[in-house]
Ligand binder design. Structure first.
Ligand code: UTP
Ligand code: MN
Length: 544
């Protein structure tokens, strides 16, 4: 294993140099406003104004400070207990509260009646300025502070396994979890799966928090959120960026590994070997193309298209295409979109489908027939190598640009915890471009090709999209559905929970009770959660 470029290989001075390149977007504290007074005394006893710089800006704050002081108001540059009127522009009460707490590093009371200052909109200030004295506070001046009950902010009890918690797609700590995912990736690029998993677990805990963290201290005591994670949290809350993360992101190793593992068919180990051999770009790979697998060659050829996220609208068109091909051979076939789209994501890196039918015999060979049909419609080579001035008639929009069928693994315990032995087809399809005028199957009917050049992506009427097809026996369908809906971390946690807490072994075929020595049947996902003694989570709460 080689060392991380940021930890060992470079002398400290290099790190310092890199650090200086990393912009820290915000000063930790707002600087004193020129002319500001620290004394709460003024013409109006009992009134001490604090102007919130956030969104107001430094210059305007200085101007308003001078204006108010000229009229005898006491305006303080630093927040303190003496403040009676907190005035802000274009912030909600909660934002003001969070901002002041972050600036002053301490909890702040609010709401005049409880003794804390009133949080007011700039309208109170301008009205006071125009009459030359503090006007009475009316409800319309007050900023609402959403109640974050203190108990809620302490996260009543964050259960240790992700499958015991709701993890919605949209959560309150995105910047922090994004940063932790960069560190997780970097660790995995270095071959340190354990460290990587640590960051993934911490991120997953924060995704499930029902509130936005306001300090690193609030994360103390949360599962998996140790010192390293809290440093990341603190820097992001204070500076909007974490130095370690920013350094990782600009490192040569991270950027190259990110590029190489982004190619379909390239895992971390392959990318690492190439990196060690000096591969840094796609061009470097083209020169060793003959050494690549067929999968990697396809990944390289369609790199640009596959980098572009698949939209939900495209996923729906891919579903029509897949169903159309399968129904020719099995009209009653059931096709379900799984993966991220089933969890509510609006885009993904691929589209995943689960295929089943009550007559399990009818499923045998189905994938191959559908794939052969798609391929036979128009040979891929005709499209890719055809003369652009005389393209083939584009009758066959669903053609496969790449596919690999994996047979279901039969026999002895080949279906291990990570290797599920379903019959699968990992493919790249040429998805016809969307047409807002025509929807549904109409969109799959012939349309003219307008070639712009020789490369496959130059044919503007389709684009390459990754599609995964998985065939599940009807009796195992619920387990397959649960297993292929994800997220990956959710699945990992579900299996860890099953074995550690329940002495059961979960796969996307079955749940096996190792003490009773029997499999537990299930006709829906709810039953599987019930077997495990878990509260049912809808797919949209499985974004761990
Ligand atoms: P994906 O890798 O497609 O992830 O696997 P995703 O959640 O849909 O995310 P994007 O949007 O495409 O990036 C989908 C599910 O299929 C299972 C994983 O557990 C995941 O939950 N899966 C995938 C397997 O079980 N085995 C595989 O080889 C691939
Ligand atoms: Mn997917």
């Amino acid at each position: 294993m080689h060392c991380h470029p940021l930890s060992l290989c470079y002398p400290l001075r290099f790190c310092d140099a890199v650090m200086s390149l990393v912009p820290l977007k915000r000063r930790r504290r707002s600087e004193p406003v020129p002319g500001g007074t620290t004394s709460p005394a003024g013409t109006f006893p009992g009134v001490c104004v604090f102007l919130v710089e956030r969104r107001m800006g430094r210059a305007r704050r200085a101007f308003l400070t001078a204006l108010a002081q000229g009229k005898g108001f006491s305006v303080t540059p630093e927040y303190s207990d003496a403040v009676t009127h907190v005035v802000s522009e274009q912030n909600s009460g909660s934002e003001v509260l969070m901002w002041i707490e972050r600036q002053s590093s301490r909890p702040v009371e609010h709401g005049g009646a409880q003794g804390g200052p009133q949080f007011l909109d700039i309208t109170w200030f301008t009205e006071s300025m125009s009459v030359g004295r503090p006007v009475g506070v009316e409800p319309r001046h007050c900023l609402g502070v959403e109640e974050f009950p203190a108990a809620c902010n302490k996260a009543p009890e964050t259960l240790p396994y992700a499958c015991q918690r709701r993890t919605p797609l949209h959560h309150h700590n995105q910047e922090i979890t994004d940063a932790l995912h960069v560190l997780a990736k970097a660790a995995s690029f270095e071959g340190s799966e354990v460290r990587s998993l640590g960051f993934i677990r911490a991120a997953s805990v924060l995704k499930s928090l029902p509130f936005r963290l306001r300090s690193a201290e609030e994360a103390r005591g949360l599962p998996w959120c140790g010192g390293h994670c809290r440093t990341v949290i603190q820097e992001i809350l204070e500076d909007e960026a974490c130095r370690e993360v920013e350094m990782v992101k600009i490192s040569d190793q991270y950027r190259s590994m990110e590029l190489l593992t982004g190619i379909f068919g390239v895992g971390v180990r392959t990318a690492e070997r190439w990196y060690r051999e000096g591969v840094r770009s796609l061009r470097d790979l083209q020169s060793i193309e003959r050494k690549l697998t067929a999968e990697q060659r396809a990944g390289l050829r369609h790199y640009t298209d596959l980098q572009q996220p698949v939209t939900r609208e495209e996923a729906v068109r891919a579903e029509l295409l897949v169903k159309d091909a399968l129904q020719r051979f099995l009209p009653e076939v059931q096709v379900t979109m799984t993966g991220g789209f089933r969890r509510g994501k609006q885009q993904g890196h691929d589209v995943d489908f689960l295929i089943t039918h009550p007559d399990e015999g009818a499923l045998t060979g189905l994938l191959k027939k559908a794939v052969d049909w798609l391929e036979s419609k128009e040979p891929t080579s005709a499209l890719l190598g055809g003369c652009p001035m005389n393209p083939p008639p584009f009758h066959y929009m669903g053609m496969l640009l790449y596919h690999q069928i994996k047979e279901r693994s039969h026999g002895r315990r080949t279906a291990s915890i990570t290797m599920d032995g379903h019959e699968t087809c990992f493919s790249i399809v040429a998805l016809p471009n969307g047409d807002t005028e025509r929807t549904g199957l109409d969109a799959l009917s012939p349309e003219p090709v307008s070639p712009h050049g020789a490369g496959p992506e130059a044919l503007a009427s389709w684009r390459a999209v990754r599609v995964d097809l998985v065939v599940a026996a009807y009796s195992e369908y619920s387990y397959a559905l649960l297993g292929w809906t994800g997220s990956k971390h959710f699945e990992r946690e579900l299996r860890r929970f099953s074995s550690h807490k329940k002495k059961m072994s979960l796969s996307s075929h079955r749940l096996y009770d190792t003490e009773q020595c029997c499999s537990l049947p299930a006709t829906c996902e709810e039953e599987i959660f019930a077997h495990l003694g878990l509260q049912y989570l809808t797919p949209s709460d499985r974004n761990a």
